[in-house]
Ligand binder design. Sequence first.
Ligand SMILES: [Zn+2]
Length: 201
Amino acid sequence: MAQLYFYYSAMNAGKSTSLLQSSYNYNERGMRTLIFTAEIDTRFGKGKISSRIGLSADAFLFSQQTDIGELIRNENKQETVHCVLVDECQFLTKEQVKQLCKVTDYDDIPVLCYGLRTDFRGELFSGSQYLLAWADKLVELKTICHCGRKASRALRFDNKGVVMCDGDQVDIGGNEKYVSVCRKHYTDAINEVKGKRKDSM
Ligand SMILES: [Zn+2]
């Protein structure tokens, strides 16, 4: 039976590299993969996933309106799909995560989702919320803070280099920069900005 996987991490943990490597492994054995990425993410141009180590692949784009289940079934009818890989899966809606569950269970196609668990405020993204709830396998891709601890949070900096405590979850077209840190250094940075004592979180 196929399974639904959620590979989650903080920023810059090599998610795209891991996704592209998995897809490559399928292709190498003559198996077909479908890759999706969020329309929102245009860092590398529309419909393309690139990793920092130089791999890249074309991808279907999804927006909140995309019927991903329908799209996968149509492709599967034309030519068998052996695996579906979704980058930036934190941007999936609840409905789209349901669609991916159905693809896994009724079309028997493994689905591998890669994305962030939480935003810069430490809040779950919608896609991550339902993947954490419904995926068969949860796999954490680890990256480390400057102190050596596991990084589980993302600090967001505005274009003046100041840590942001608030704002929209997604800043489309913004110049923001993210740095992955551990929970302690996240709290320290936020409290420093707010001028509060460390025990007041
Ligand atoms: Zn740290």
